[in-house]
Design a protein around this ligand. Structure first.
Ligand SMILES: Cc1cc2nc3c(=O)[nH]c(=O)nc-3n(C[C@H](O)[C@H](O)[C@H](O)COP(=O)(O)OP(=O)(O)OC[C@H]3O[C@@H](n4cnc5c(N)ncnc54)[C@H](O)[C@@H]3O)c2cc1C
Length: 426
């Protein structure tokens, strides 16, 4: 693992810093958190600026309009952008962080040509229609049904069902949708298909859901007789579970990197605040600050190790080490927000942000941090992955095999292993 920049990496870092210094002051103030049309316009404008400057799709292959940068350069990009206070991907997170890379890996040439350049320019927003009310960690239990109809072998699917926790569905143009095309009582990991659903198709309706932080960033998505052309299918019918695993591998990636940079900065602010008030007198508080500082330093080293491993692996995809990172980071992030609230005292309850952007607002960040141990695969699911894939422990028995039944419906080794990033909650 290389801890210092090579001369090329240093040059890349310096050029990026100069570009960020020149570009960030040209941005308008961030819109308020639930003004979705304004947020879409803001995030798309930022993406267009990145695209013009050659920083869009940094780690995407150059053949598909990306920069073809190494994982380390991508890490430098995320680190410098966060240090400079640049906007994050925002409503573009599904398109840029996992739908786009999945299309590159699995879609037809026509599908790639149709969507990849538009995602990179910030012209096309995507959402993810995977979770259902009874299929979250156990995603393969999904029941949204797609039946093939039409001329010949059937030129379109008719889709009926319900999706939930669909982040930014309100502003999305397309949805990466998992549906069941196989028989409802068949083996649950088979018979799943990955479709591209235009969000303006008749029969798609949204019911915004309010988070504890007061945002409508999620929706419930109701699908009634939605007709999706067979040409919008990615991969073969029934091969959707394998493709979803490709999506998850990209979704995991370096998604939380910016968050570690943010958390280290926030801890320095908390320490400064504690010195100003009586909190610093308490040796327990000082110990917690030091403990978290050590934890975030260790997590940063782990990020570098995971990136370095990905750089040297054949497929460039991070291994199960990212589950260790995700588990420790999401829990440390919650401890950070608890500590901040204690150091601030009663002020921690106030929402002072008059513009309602809530970015960095302590009360809001604390509520938001509760999502970290759920999104991107819950902490329990990460522990299962670490136990089974890193420590080599036996697989947890499935409910069906525990009941002694033949023909198990699946094992927890195939539970949803990854998920959204910071963008998912902003
Ligand atoms: C911020 C955020 C953004 C999201 N965005 C999207 C999105 O855009 N699109 C989308 O499709 N989904 C999205 N989700 C949904 C997310 O993927 C699910 O919430 C997650 O997979 C957990 O599923 P669940 O909520 O149904 O909980 P459940 O799976 O019902 O879990 C309930 C509890 O049981 C535990 N549990 C479940 N299975 C096991 C097991 N095998 N072993 C041990 N414990 C277990 C869990 O850890 C949890 O504590 C988002 C979630 C969040 C928080």
């Amino acid at each position: 693992m290389q801890l210092r920049d090579t001369p090329d990496q240093r040059r890349f870092r310096e050029e990026l810093r100069a570009w960020l210094r020149a570009t960030l002051p040209t941005l308008d103030p961030q819109p308020s958190q639930d003004d979705w049309p304004a947020r879409r316009a803001y995030d798309s404008h930022w993406q267009a600026l990145l695209h013009r400057a050659g920083y869009a799709g940094l780690n995407w292959p150059a053949a598909y309009g990306g920069r073809g940068a190494t994982p380390t350069e991508h890490l430098i990009f995320l680190e410098e952008s966060e240090l400079a206070g640049a906007p994050y991907v925002g409503v573009n997170f599904v398109g840029l962080l996992h739908a786009g890379p999945t299309l590159i890996a699995e879609a037809s040439p026509e599908q790639r040509e149709r969507h990849i350049p538009a995602i990179l320019r910030g012209d096309e927003i995507w959402c993810q229609g995977f979770s259902e009310p009874d299929a979250g960690s156990d995603l393969a239990a999904l029941r949204t049904r797609a039946v093939r109809e039409g001329a010949g072998a059937g030129d379109h699917y008719v889709v009926n069902g319900r999706k939930i926790w669909t982040s930014h569905a309100e502003v999305a143009d397309y949805c990466e949708l998992l549906v069941r095309t196989g028989p409802p009582d068949g083996p649950k990991h088979q018979g799943i298909t990955w479709l591209i659903m235009p969000m303006d198709t008749p029969g798609v309706s949204l019911r915004p859901l309010m988070t504890a932080g007061g945002s409508t960033e999620f929706s419930e998505m109701i699908l009634e007789d939605v007709r999706i052309p067979v040409a919008n299918r990615v991969g073969e019918e029934g091969d959707g579970w394998r493709i979803a695993m490709v999506t998850f591998a990209f979704e995991r990636g370096t998604g939380f990197v910016s968050e570690v940079v943010w958390a280290r900065r926030r801890l320095v602010e908390i320490a400064a605040l504690a010195r100003e008030n009586a909190a610093w007198e308490d040796s327990g508080t000082r110990r917690r600050i030091a403990g978290l500082a050590a934890e975030f330093d260790a997590l940063w080293a782990l990020v570098k190790r995971n990136v370095s491993e990905a750089e040297h692996s054949a497929d460039g995809i991070p291994g199960p080490g990212s589950s260790v990172f995700k588990l420790r980071f999401s829990e440390a992030r919650q401890h950070l927000d608890d500590l901040h609230a204690e150091v601030r005292g009663r002020d921690a309850l106030a929402f002072d942000d008059e513009l309602c952007t809530y970015d960095g607002e302590p009360g809001y960040e604390r509520l938001r941090s509760l999502a970290y141990t759920i999104a991107a695969g819950t902490s329990q699911v990460q522990r299962n992955i670490i136990g089974e894939r890193i420590l080599g422990l036996p697989k947890e028995p499935s409910a069906a095999s525990a009941a002694g039944s033949a023909g198990s419906a699946g094992t927890t080794g195939t539970t949803r292993s990854t998920g959204t990033t910071k963008g998912g909650a902003r």
